[in-house]
Design a protein. Structure first.
Length: 174
């Protein structure tokens, strides 16, 4: 859910004249209320799915008037509250398949990286199916891996970002 307060010249606007569209499709899960005293329109949208940590664009439409388009960045999901890391070691014990079941729900996948161990400082992006493979593992070794959600710029707030978040997982080979 998100709520946006939009400043406007609201004296001649009735909320029943306003509609929210995304890609020219009317959105039924958004509600609009005007506050004539402080010249704002309150837009509330619920059940916005698969958009966490992404820029979301909507258009405020008033029939027979100029439309206004807005882009906001929706808050990403917290790694600590919403994520499980599944690690499967191969039979040779030299690589591990990493799977993050809900990675596409957390944020834009370009902001999610996986580090196979503490010394791995590369930005290893997950595949489209939320997996990554760690290679060159040593049997009998312990690895402290990390799923990192990089800082995400908030497009509708200059110079503000959702802070980087890290989830650690220890796995042992053999």
């Amino acid at each position: 859910m998100f709520t946006a307060l939009i400043s406007c010249n609201c004296s001649s606007i009735n909320s029943s004249e306003l509609f929210i569209f995304i890609n020219e499709t009317l959105v039924n899960n958004c509600y609009i209320n005007e506050n004539l005293n402080n010249n704002t329109i309150n837009v509330t949208c619920v059940s916005i799915e698969n958009n966490a940590g992404r820029n979301w664009t909507f258009t405020l439409v008033r029939m027979n008037f100029q439309n206004e388009t807005f882009t906001i960045t929706l808050e990403p999901l917290s790694l600590n509250l919403s994520t499980n890391i599944t690690i499967e070691i191969d039979d040779n014990q030299t690589s591990a398949l990493i799977f993050i079941p809900n990675c596409l729900n957390i944020s834009d996948p370009s902001y999610l990286i996986f580090r196979c161990n503490n010394s791995d400082l590369l930005n290893n992006t997950l595949s489209d199916n939320c997996t990554y493979i760690c290679y060159d593992l040593q049997p009998g070794s312990s690895y402290n891996s990390s799923l990192v959600r990089l800082s995400i710029p908030i497009v509708d707030k200059n110079d503000e970002m959702f802070q980087e978040e890290t989830l650690h997982e220890i796995y042992v080979i053999g």
